[in-house]
Design a binder for this molecule. Structure first.
Ligand code: IPM
Ligand code: MN
Length: 347
């Protein structure tokens, strides 16, 4: 029987409960699909940091390298560990080390979920550059604590990095409705964003079957609210994509439904699957976190592993639960009720 090695990093807060829920559902889907998921759980988190002084062991990346995929819950507990420490100690280094340059985030309404917009028939795939740009980590501070203090944080856009994310977007557009929206701010940022636009135009010539539009980030934010049904694949830089995908989560009913996949398309290192939401310390012990975003992310993992049938079955089970009103409103159902309903739908 085919078997996949999965690294589980539940992390902090609600990350623990939603990862457990996703893992239960994935196990059931594997059983139905005739394959095995072999999970190894790592306690890397803010708790781990308080005990050891690091978010993961020094050889954490090398440990993860041996897995077929990583399923992550959420990272962060800002009252105990500054976010800049916890995220730079766990989530962000994994994305970079494993060259997970394509962060894919689907935004559409599940049946039975009412978003805040009048529009309901939208189906957007945001593709966020995930290894460089505004998150490159290039910068520094001098004259610390004085009136002359300076902080510099430089975005880095490389031809290789921009070309590969846009190419990934064009390929996705080809598999979907053939439309690609490239998001920049090239009217104000005249080096990096003009560079991005030029590469978009160059690739557009290679994909004459894909209809390309260019948007500035501010206009795209408005469009996602006013006319989301006009969008198909949206490609953006790391920070722009980060912001747009919280907006995407909002129009699909909230962060409880926003799934994501950090993909290494070359498959020379594991990809990582995680809900867009964070650890939500305010509701962490209430048992009311919506596990749907994590379970949907798990379905994306199955798809990436080549188990498309099982991935479809998980999505159908999620949709059957929400169509019956399960997990469609914050706090209406407990995490375990939503999970049980999805498990039951899986059969
Ligand atoms: C996300 C999150 C992270 C990001 C944070 C926690 C660093 O907001 O996955 O969208 O900005 O990438
Ligand atoms: Mn974000």
């Amino acid at each position: 029987m085919k078997s996949y090695k999965i690294a589980l990093i539940p992390g902090d807060g609600i990350g623990v409960a939603v990862t457990e829920a996703a893992w239960d559902v994935l196990g059931r889907a594997a059983h139905g699909g005739g394959f095995k998921l072999e999970g190894t759980s790592f306690p890397w988190s803010c708790d781990f940091y308080e005990k050891t002084g690091a978010m993961m062991p020094a050889d954490g990346i090398e440990t993860l390298r041996g897995f077929d995929a990583i399923l992550l819950g959420a990272v962060g507990w800002p009252k105990r560990v500054p976010d800049s420490v916890s995220l730079h100690g766990l989530l962000l280094p994994i994305r970079k080390a494993f060259v997970q340059y394509a962060n894919i985030r689907p935004h559409r309404l599940l049946p039975g979920v009412e978003g805040p917009l009048r529009a309901s028939a939208f189906d957007i795939l945001c593709i966020r550059e995930n290894t460089e740009g505004e998150y490159a980590g290039a910068g520094g501070r001098v004259h610390n604590g004085t009136a002359d203090e300076v902080a510099v944080e430089t975005s880095i856009f490389t031809r290789k990095g921009v070309e590969r994310i846009l190419r990934f977007g064009f390929e996705q557009a080809r598999k979907r409705r053939g439309k690609l929206a490239s998001v920049t701010k090239s009217n104000a940022q005249k080096y990096s964003m003009v560079f991005w636009d030029e590469i978009t135009a160059k690739l557009a010539a290679e994909y004459p079957d894909v209809e390309v539009s260019n948007y500035h980030i501010d206009a795209m934010a408005a469009r996602m609210v006013m006319a989301p049904e006009s969008l198909d694949v949206v490609v953006a830089s790391n920070l722009f994509g980060d912001i747009l995908t919280d907006l995407g989560a909002a129009i699909q009913g909230g962060l409880g439904y926003a799934a994501s996949a950090n993909i290494n398309p070359e498959r020379n290192a594991p990809s990582m699957f995680e809900p867009v939401h964070g650890s939500a310390p305010d509701i962490a012990h209430l048992g009311i976190a919506n596990p749907i975003a994590a379970i949907w992310s798990g379905a994306m993992m199955l798809d990436h592993l080549g188990e498309a049938g099982a991935a479809k079955a998980v999505m159908a089970a999620i949709e059957s639960a929400t169509a019956r009103g399960i997990g469609t409103e914050p706090g209406k159902h407990k995490t375990n009720e939503i999970t049980a309903s999805i498990l039951a739908a899986l059969g």
